[in-house]
Design a protein around this ligand. Structure first.
Ligand SMILES: [Zn+2]
Length: 505
């Protein structure tokens, strides 16, 4: 029997579904994968064949379906249209990005300046907004042309060297398309407004159920209770299944709320439970209300189990007692039911403890290689002023041989400050004539991006510069370091930011 509409099941867990795949949307997401390959790899054989046949005089993004397209081409166009919804242009040198037609203003959402473009500027490329022969924004020109987007533009940091602009799939931080993110975009698009509105019911599916510290089968059980999919008497009667719809304990109508919270039998179970404060189950007016209350419960000291962990096991045991009465005519008392819940909860909790110990060993701290010059960098950030402070130090044989700091406006996020600190440190190291360098930063994200070549859209230009500058050293390594090993750089970044903010006030 189908207890819950397919459409509900395919909602994300946050929206009260099970996150099952809707096949149509999943198929679209897979098609987008193919379209992404054509887009990001225009020289591959498939892309060239398709271009010759379907869009000889335009680009893939602008091509139309036209008449007589093959089944395959139609699919590719469907995938491409999905891509277009979240495609952005990331600025490297700004030469191939149209100011008015490309979505280049944000790395989060596709955003382009509002037109119409003044006629003499309509073919402007982003590079035309730089001061000639630099990669610095021409603020005067921007004031005239695009005053409403000025802040956004100034926060974009182009590459200092020749780096081409790139198309990026914005839902993924590195700009690479993935079927998973594509699926969510497709799913969001096909939910009607009404369905989307239906999910705004103040119930926190993730905190109240899915992130709970209890067994997965209990999560599914709680989810079913809330969604009205538990085969209790009332739900069975509603679907025309004539079984007895009365409560097996007290003979009242068996609803989910009655069975789990209101039945005198159930109340006896709750009242014996070792919680610090009474559950007050008799006051609950809905299953949702009851289940959101569970996570706030705390157990009395000797129990050794989290209240939020024990409570779902109590519900589960109430459910099992009810079933064993109906199906095997075995009666379980309220006390026994509670004891079974305690035993089940303890067993499960201790099994979790063993797992945790075994995973704890991973993730030891990497230490810096001992030879060459050590460079520590750090970035500090002020959200209100969108300002960043960057600090760095150079050590040789434990001795401080150089340091620097800089603060500036139009730094869009902490990660931009971290990346910028590394770029500035590399520049200074080259000026000082260092040939081999070990760079340490406490931003694991930036270090991972540098080492894996992952082009994080947010700091694309900076990363490209770092990889270019790296080529100018005989050897350079990048490692992430714990914050407490980075104190000096951290202090100098913060100091320079503070000084900067003080002057501005
Ligand atoms: Zn009852």
């Amino acid at each position: 029997m189908c207890w819950i509409a397919w459409d509900k099941l395919t909602r994300g867990k946050r929206e009260g579904g099970l996150g099952l795949r809707n096949l149509q949307d999943f198929n679209d997401a897979l098609l987008s994968k193919l379209s992404w390959r054509i887009l990001s790899n225009p020289d591959c054989l498939l892309a060239r064949i398709l271009k010759g046949k379907y869009f000889p005089n335009t680009t893939f993004l602008e091509s139309k379906l036209g008449e007589g397209g093959s089944h395959g081409w139609k699919g590719i166009i469907i995938g491409r249209d999905l891509l277009k919804e979240k495609l952005g242009k990331i600025i490297g040198n700004g030469k191939k990005t149209s100011v008015w037609d490309d979505p280049w203003l944000s790395t989060k959402e596709p955003k382009r300046p509002m037109g119409p473009a003044p006629r003499q500027f309509k073919d402007f490329k982003v590079a035309d907004l730089f001061i000639p022969n630099t990669r610095r924004w021409n603020e005067e020109l921007i004031n005239v042309l695009l005053p409403s987007c000025k802040e956004e533009i100034l926060c974009i940091i182009p590459g200092s060297y020749e780096v081409e602009d790139r198309l990026a799939w914005l839902p993924q931080r590195n700009g690479e398309y993935t079927v998973k993110t594509g699926y969510y975009v497709a799913r969001g698009r096909s939910l009607t407004d009404q369905q989307a509105a239906g999910t705004q019911d103040n119930f926190h599916w993730i905190t109240d159920i899915w992130n709970g510290k209890f067994a997965p089968k209990l999560k599914l059980f709680l989810w079913k209770s809330v969604q009205g999919a538990l085969p209790v008497g009332e739900n069975l009667a509603m679907r025309g299944i004539m079984s007895q719809s009365r409560c097996t304990h007290c003979g009242e109508a068996e609803t989910t709320l009655h069975l789990l919270f209101l039945c005198p039998f159930t109340q006896a179970v709750w009242d014996h439970a070792p919680f610090r404060n009474p559950v007050e189950e008799q006051s609950f007016t809905s299953v949702k209300e009851g289940i959101s209350k569970l996570k706030t419960l705390t157990c009395l000291p000797p129990i050794g189990i989290d209240g939020g962990t024990l409570a779902p096991w109590i519900l589960w045991s109430i459910w099992l007692s009810r079933n064993s009465k109906i199906f095997s005519n075995r009666r379980t008392s309220a006390k026994e039911t509670l004891n079974l819940a305690l035993i089940r909860a303890r067993e499960w909790t201790s099994a979790q403890g063993e797992q945790r110990v075994s995973t704890q060993k991973a993730g030891s701290i990497r230490t810096m290689p001992p030879i060459g010059i050590q460079c520590h960098t750090d970035g500090a950030w002020n959200e209100e002023r969108k300002a960043g402070g960057m600090g760095w130090t150079f050590h040789e044989d434990q001795k401080l041989i150089g340091q620097g700091s800089k603060a500036m406006e139009h730094i869009g996020s902490p990660i931009v400050a971290e990346g910028m600190a590394i770029r500035l440190a590399l520049n200074q190291a080259l000026d000082l004539g260092f040939t081999s360098l070990h760079v340490a930063s406490d931003s694991a994200q930036v270090i991972t991006a540098i080492n894996s070549g992952d082009p994080l859209s947010e700091i694309y230009g900076i990363l490209q510069d770092i990889s270019y500058l790296s080529l100018l050293f005989r050897s350079v390594t990048f490692v992430s370091t714990p914050r407490k090993a980075n104190i000096l750089a951290d202090a100098s970044a913060k100091l320079s930011l503070c000084a900067f903010l003080a002057v501005g006030e």
